[in-house]
Design a protein around this ligand. Sequence first.
Ligand code: BGC
Length: 763
Amino acid sequence: MKKCIIILTVAFIATALYAQQAPQLSKDNISEVVKAMTLEEKARLLVGGGYDSLTIIGGKPVRDTKYVPGAAGVTVSFSRLGIPNTMMVDGPAGVHIDAHREGENRTYHATGFPVASCLACTWNTALVEEVGRAMGNEAKEYGCDVILGPGMNIHRNPLCGRNFEYFSEDPFITGEMGTAMVNGIQSQGIGVSAKHYAVNSQEADRERVDEQVSDRALREIYLRGFERMVRHSHPWTIMAAYNRVNGVYAQSSRYLLTDILRNEWGFDGIVMTDWIGVRKDLPIEEEIHAGDDLMMPGRAAQITNIINAVNEGRLAIEDVDLSVTRMLNYIVKTQNYKGYHPSNNPDLQAHAAITRQSATEGMVLLKNNGVLPLSVGESCDTVALFGVCSYDFLSGGVGSGCVEVPYVVDMLTGLKNSGIATTKQLTDIYTRYVDYAKVKLQADKNPYMWFLDQGQPKLDEIEVSDRCINHEVQSADMAIITIGRQAGESIDRTVDNDFNLSEQERSLINRVSDAFHSAGKPVVVIINSGSVIETVSWRDRADAILLAWQPGEEGGNSVADVLTGKANPSGRLAMTWPISVYDHWSTQNFPQDKDMDMYTYKRFECWGRQIKNVDYTKHEEGIYVGYRYFDTYNKPTAYPFGYGLSYTRFEYSKPSVKLKGDNVEVSVTVTNVGQRAGKEVVQVYVNAPKGGLDKPNKELRAFAKTASLQPGEKEVVTMTIPRSDLASYDETQKAWVVAEGQYTFYTSASINDVRFTNTLNIK
Ligand code: BGC
């Protein structure tokens, strides 16, 4: 017994001495800590504490007690060195953690904010920053350190399954929105992981596909938004994309991660992988040497691989130390390191008000023949509310980007809160069906479709009979039909079921509009989708169309605010709405994953061609993505980039466009000449001289949103365009070049609605 006590005491003293000798991490002694770390500790730090690389205690992997249930990933802790673990949480539309914890009665809901495609359509960077602040605050109060977002990929094609998580088809607005979001989140002492760097433009075969893109398109379209955001907001972390770019996995591309991101743009944070684990075809030394610092979510094998690579001389210890140093610099910034005690009680009510307002600003009024805003209590008392999504409104997308929200305000509730009743019979039919369908959905869960299980799936539509519609015409003042679309990670959208309307939806719109119109009653369509859909074949049937997106948990209230005129719509499209999906040049090279699921790579059909797997996607359209294509090649659209209606009208004064030092300054007075208060979005597109390069007809180079202007009120809007922003990427010179000559500045209300044209010679 005595002997045993002596041994234990000696062991205890030895451990204490060992720990005492080790420096404790602080922002001033990082190099000392790196020196004190063993190779194994270093390797462990570069591998997330995910699936099976957790701290080993008594031979068993143990999850740190601080782990936040539902968080996406964690970095490991080393008590010997005073290094805590840090917590990473999805995602772009709110903090994605589990709302329920075992053995606890309380809930941990997070606010569901509008999806990124909706936020971008606000064109309001101050508002997006406010959303970021609220999101950052929730992450902090729930004990997290990094939000895995914003999503900054480009909407190359409307069929990409994750477009709702990304802002726009245009890199300038993407960069501006990304900057605002990152500044907002990071103002709370919470980091971001802007993702997915780079060219993650499709979900089909996303973990392997080689995105083959010219250097010019890479720079001008796919990287420029990231560049703007990195330069203007200094994100703590960047997430590398799953896919390959021109033959090299993004996570192991030294060109992307070191040459461009760090050396050119000055990024000084950490790069982490997307959630992939071990790649059999990618030696770990290539990743670390490329500038990737953190393997997520982390596999034990990766730790061994790093150790072996160093011991066998394949990986320089200097490369490891560089990544370890970056990791420690990141860790000292985190709340977990600073010892913050999260309240677990963020102010969800205050954040609900933010999401309600930001959603109304992102909604885009596509059509209005004068029926909106509704005169509640006068011409509009009772509405016949059609469409399953009216009753099961989609607040956000599915997959990692979903949020476990406390509630979703559906259209029924939103209208009711605004004093608008709905007809009893139809409401009863739909609400009963929705209750039933939700129960059925739970029972039919497909275990392989885990990503669809995260978030709110879309329920199937129901057949509404003519008799029922005719009955509704008698009892309602008007009809509202909600058309919903759900999308998410791992699956792209299809032409037939996602982009186009189904026969059932078409028939519903036709029959409802015939019946209501013949009784002289209007029909309004609400689009509840995070992505673009077809509208031209049916839009004549509707008196008004409101694009509500997936606007977050307050969705029904936000829609009602716009319908009733409480909020004057000021959203403008941040992506082209084409007539047909085939009108996009990129559709020719967008794999359509009709019969693919994530686990079985079956056959793909791409424009009639059968392709086995998606080994590569050729970006034949180059820089002609979105409006750059439609505008340059004079292709008609359903609704052009920058488009959106208002309940009022704005007049622009003749703008002044002049050079001020190294900047072009565009200044214009906007006057509200209508009858209602409202906000206007001024957009400046530029036509640049060719300078030996093929150039798009116009490119968005500046925008500004006015404050809410009362009827008759004016605002002077001044926008600054740094001369360097006018540059195009010249592949032969491998440089950004501002061509000398005459530039045309279009001060516009949308890409097709040019109000004034000015020219300026630039050297
Ligand atoms: C997604 C990322 C996400 C990560 C963690 C991946 O599948 O691509 O966007 O942040 O999972 O949930």
